[in-house]
Design a binder for this molecule. Structure first.
Ligand code: ATP
Ligand code: MG
Length: 383
């Protein structure tokens, strides 16, 4: 079982880091330590990622995301706490065993994937296996398979500079997948791509994940990306994880004002699901799927608009066995949007430059066009 667990991880840079941990445990904050020239990059981070899950770490620049990730693969030694993966305590392995775990069980995918310009796409994809000492024939076979998984069949003999940025990033992903590592650590892996290609890559990752079921930690400061990819999302602020939950948890039940402001520009119709807004029906309600539309509890609200606009009065929500569990009609849809409008109204009290309250009910529909970068900027300039 390739479960990843972080237990009370701390990373402090600067003088007397252990002392700093004791002070943080006693309630000191990052600013106090910084005044003395010590940086508390990660403070008391704990979480579990189950096999097959994508765990997204989200936060503004400097919040400690990359430092956290580097502790997960043993590149950085935690000042306190430990990391367990697949039964191994990564933080207390001897250097030889750690190297082995790092090369066989863990793969990293970075924002700018440094491909070797004078090696073919295939050789680039096989690089991780070369490092592991896998024989040439086998590594080329596995790299070929990985390239195919990433939609690059036919490009094996090309040179990196013949590929677009998005394709190069796919080679990076293929390199990580070829090693067969159970744990994928992805640091802003799609952030350098333009929005359409980025969406493609997100889709591809979700598609691959259905069959590969890796344990993935994905870092991003793009909220919409976090919401699309994350089974669980951890929001970091100033070194601490301030909330962990599903996208819907974070959106509907933000732990504090910081998280609420952070998520206020997210397109809620893509995160809220039919199951969360439906009107429940009694367990034994008769249901025939012959007419009208049906969807699952996980279907995003955004995908219900078209059917309702075309005249369907009610969409049936069914469980995995096909049994009716609820319905969504105009009333449920509008109430969900009205809730959103109320949230937006409160937000407008602090952000007067936004659309007024009357415009708010349609905001969710318009927001269906993703605007990831603006979202981040808005939060950044406020912070
Ligand atoms: N090697 C280091 N020595 C000293 N301070 C460091 C070191 N690495 C990171 N830091 C500090 O730790 C804090 C967290 O940095 P980190 O790189 O983890 O942030 P991040 O969330 O990944 O940011 P970004 O989104 O910009 O990549 C920052 O204040 C940074 O200056
Ligand atoms: Mg970083």
């Amino acid at each position: 079982m390739s479960r990843l667990q972080a237990e009370h991880l701390y990373k402090v840079f600067g003088r007397r880091p252990e002392d700093a941990v004791h002070r943080l445990e006693a309630g000191a904050d990052r600013d106090e330590l910084r005044a003395e020239g010590t940086t508390a990059a990660v403070i008391d981070a704990s979480f579990t990622v189950e096999p097959g899950q994508i765990f997204v770490v989200m936060g503004l620049s400097g919040s400690g995301k990359s430092t956290l990730l580097r502790m997960l693969n043993g590149l950085l030694e935690p000042t306190a706490g430990r990391v367990l993966f697949d039964g191994d305590d990564i933080t207390h392995l001897n250097p030889r065993k750690l190297r082995e775990v790092r090369s066989k069980k863990i793969s990293m995918v970075f924002q700018h994937f440094a491909l070797f310009p004078h090696r073919s796409v295939l050789e680039n994809a096989a690089y991780g296996l070369e490092v592991q000492g896998v024989a040439k024939e086998e590594r080329l076979r596995r790299a070929t398979e990985a390239l195919e998984l990433c939609g690059l069949k036919g490009w094996e003999k090309s040179w990196p500079d013949e590929l677009s940025g998005g394709m190069q990033q796919r080679v990076g992903l293929a390199r990580a997948l070829a090693t067969d590592a159970d744990l994928l650590l992805m640091d802003e892996s799609f952030s350098a791509l333009d929005p359409l290609i980025r969406r493609d890559m997100q889709d591809q990752l979700l598609e691959l994940q259905k069959t590969l079921k890796k344990t993935i930690v994905f870092i991003t400061h793009d909220l919409n990306e976090a919401m699309r990819l994350g089974d669980q999302i951890a929001v970091m602020r100033d070194g601490r994880i301030v909330q962990t939950g599903t996208g819907e948890d974070i959106l509907v039940r933000p732990a504090n004002d910081y998280v609420r402001r952070f998520v206020e520009d997210v397109d809620r119709t893509r995160v809220l699901t039919a199951g969360s807004i439906m009107e429940k029906v009694a367990a034994d309600t008769e249901f025939s799927d012959d007419e009208g539309s049906s969807c699952s509890a996980e279907t995003p609200v955004a995908e219900l608009f078209a059917a309702l606009a075309e005249g369907t009065t009610e969409i049936s929500v069914t469980d995995d066995d096909g049994d009716l569990i609820g319905v969504v009609g105009h009333e449920q849809l509008f109430s969900a949007l009205a809730d959103e409008a109320r949230i937006d109204e409160t937000a407008d009290e602090t952000h007067t430059d936004k659309a007024g309250a009357e415009a708010a009910p349609t905001a969710g529909v318009q927001a269906a066009v993703p605007a990831p970068r603006e979202t981040v900027k808005a939060v950044k300039s406020d912070a």
